[in-house]
Design a binder for this molecule. Sequence first.
Ligand code: BTN
Length: 223
Amino acid sequence: MHHIHLNQCTSTQDYLKNYLQDGSFQEVLISCQEQTEGKGRQGKNWIQGKNSLAFSFSLKPNPLVSLTSLEIGVLISLFFKNNFSLDIKLKWPNDLMIFDFKKCGGILCQTFEKNLLVGVGINLGEIDFSPTDLSVEIAALPIIGNQKDLPEEIYKFILKNRLPAEAVKPLWEGLCAHLNQEVIIENERGLFVGIGESGELLLKTDLGIKKIFSGSLFLSPGS
Ligand code: BTN
């Protein structure tokens, strides 16, 4: 495993992609103190606090590729539970949640040749920045490690504990922050009843179970 820690970069995702130029698979981790153009999901910006974690690593996709980002969510949650007794819940598809539905981090996956580029941002310390996305409440974990060593521990944990496809659904649903709750996604309201075989969201509506493959999920007011 090769680890590069940077004081500053535009985005660890971009740095990792440039580093892996020839496209062959290598275990590489890029962590960074400050990103000037951090990327979030769905084209959003990602802004991090002074002590927050920002890192990207290469990974072989799960045999069922679309499950990989959910698998990473499960493994990150298990890492914090096992090492720090912290309960991180998961919000579909890729958000890390604490304290009753506040977002403390997110996962971004991009494919590049034989590699999956996995970017992880986790708020540590305090929220000392102005969030760009006002649709979600955010929070931070306590400072339990530093911006260089903690990403390396998380990456090593993930490499050592990869999950077979069939294990992802039950583990993910067990850690889900909104199982069997009323949610709104892409202007549809319904009961979140779990994830399907490919990791898609299963929404129970008056018309039956609908499969949703992408979008931003919100808790329905009053649920
Ligand atoms: C999300 O929108 O919730 C995903 C956020 C992912 C942010 C991380 S920070 C490290 C890596 N580099 C980036 O530019 N983005 C990801």
